[in-house]
Design a protein around this ligand. Structure first.
Ligand code: GDG
Length: 457
């Protein structure tokens, strides 16, 4: 069988590095099952960075990492990746900026990845590149003579051409994606966005089907591969954490019997936290009988702290939480508890299990794994209810959640009230239906279906 070489901006070495986010959990799960190599940035800066990667073997996986010069990294990561591509792909033109020198840094980092990675690729390998940080990588590897199959999976949404065109270099990036053998997206809607972009750039030169594009005598596979979660692992972890985890015990003790509304999101404007805080306030305003009876805990570990839009949202949330608490708190009740803290994944799943209502209301999200983890973490005998934004990719699958438009405060407040009051029989019925979907669209289906499509292309 072909060796899998996964590539992403950051790698996640078990027991060593950063807390795994959505991408890392998925890639690690694929590599644990299939074996292979994971290549990416080490997390370290070195100004005389050569192209020689460092390797370490763990759990049957080879991790190969390179250092990057800080002068390049800053405009690459905080600039083009997270102040240009991220807002563009999440339909936030207000947070978008374009700076040609940041695009140059983006290309330079992609070239550094390609130069370091190409010598490690053997004939017959399958290379799987992840996410918006590395769109040009496939094309650059081809230029260096790499002949292996190369696929790309985009974890974030793909916008329609009408929005994409805001980016002066959009056509270059569309051409780069067309150099892969297979390009995968989270949902059909993202796939349609990409098809509109290919049509906009290549016009009649490209013939676009539902699962293939024919272009200049080449075939590029395209498809939707919704990422899933490992239902059994999360259910087990959540059950154990609910029984044994000290932090979970403290959380429950602190509730004093109140019902828990819980949100867990990276601190990011796409996660709809400002809108969510406002909706919770509307809930308290419109339901005086809930005062003192519910607690909303929002866990929001900081991310991308050097990007201006993230500092702004942090300020806005601190003000909003302070405002609501100032108005409604009592000597023994804090209506909102807002924590910029990182917790171990197992503890988080325990928190999710204890919640009466999971509040997942991004204003735009490629998939949103927290929604899926919430469902998987519940006690099937007495599950909590999920309030989910229709703007998350996961809303396409979790149609038995209470689906809301996150911008409609009154509708979200209403859904929160409905979730808090939902009878056990209805909670069980909705939970069972969502669990069925999660078991079908599992994490193993995600990587297996992507890898087998890539093998066919
Ligand atoms: C991108 C796309 C897509 C959260 N707080 C902590 C923590 N987490 C974990 C969650 C979950 C993951 O991080 C977050 O995944 P999401 O999917 O919700 O969001 P993004 O990070 O934006 O991920 C997204 C995903 O890629 C996968 O394709 O679904 O749309 O934006 O697993 O549980 N983990 C730990 N501590 C925390 O405090 N350890």
């Amino acid at each position: 069988m072909s060796r899998l070489v996964a590539v992403s901006n950051r790698v996640c070495i078990p027991g060593y590095s950063i807390a795994p986010g959505g991408l890392a959990v998925g890639v690690l799960s694929a590599l644990r099952q299939l074996g292979g190599m994971w290549f990416g940035w080490s997390g370290n800066h070195r100004d005389d960075a050569g192209v020689e990667p460092e390797t370490i073997d763990k759990e049957g996986i080879r991790f190969a990492t390179i250092d990057l010069p800080s002068a390049r990294f800053e405009p690459f990561y905080n600039g083009f990746c997270n102040a240009t591509l991220w807002p563009l792909h999440h339909y936030f033109p207000g947070a978008f900026r374009y700076d040609a020198s940041e695009f140059e840094a983006y290309m330079a980092v992609n070239r550094a990845f390609a130069n370091a990675l190409a010598p490690l690729i053997q004939d017959g390998d399958t290379v799987w590149v992840h996410d918006y940080h590395l769109i040009p990588l496939g094309s650059l590897l081809r230029q260096l003579g790499v002949r292996a199959r190369i696929g790309h999976f985009l974890h974030i949404p793909y916008p329609n051409i009408a929005v994409l065109r805001i980016l002066p270099v959009y056509a270059e990036l569309v051409r780069d994606l067309c150099q892969y053998d297979l390009v995968g997206f989270q949902t059909e809607e993202d796939l349609e966005g990409f098809s509109s972009a290919v049509k906009g750039v290549f016009r009649d030169e490209a013939s676009i089907g539902s699962d293939r594009i024919e272009l200049a005598g080449r075939r590029i596979g395209i498809g939707a591969f919704p990422i899933g979660v490992d239902v059994d692992v999360i259910a087990r972890q959540a059950g154990a954490a609910a029984r044994e985890d000290e932090q979970v015990r403290r959380l429950v003790a602190g509730l004093l019997g109140r019902k828990l509304l819980l949100g867990v999101d990276r601190l990011d404007y796409s996660k709809g936290l400002v809108e969510r805080f406002a909706s919770y306030r509307t809930l308290l305003e419109s339901s005086p009988e809930l005062l003192g009876k519910v607690s909303y805990i929002q866990i929001a570990p900081l991310s991308r702290i050097n990007v201006a839009a993230y500092a702004e949202i942090r300020d806005a949330l601190e003000r909003a939480a302070g405002h609501t608490n100032g108005q409604y708190a009592d000597t023994d009740w804090t209506p909102v508890r807002y924590l910029n803290k990182d917790f171990p994944h197992a503890t988080l799943s325990g928190f999710l299990r204890m919640a009466n209502v999971g509040v997942v209301t991004p204003v735009r999200d490629g998939m949103n794994l927290v929604a899926k983890e919430f469902v998987a973490a519940q006690d099937p005998e007495d599950p909590g209810a999920l309030v989910l934004s229709s703007m998350a990719g996961s809303a396409r699958e979790l149609t038995d959640a209470l689906l809301v438009n996150p911008y409609d405060r009154r509708a979200v407040a209403l859904a929160l009230r409905q979730a808090l009051a939902m009878p056990l029989a209805e909670r069980r019925m909705r939970h069972e239906a969502m669990m069925k979907v999660l078991r079908v669209n599992s994490i193993s289906r995600w990587y297996k279906s992507f890898m087998s499509r890539l093998a066919e292309e």
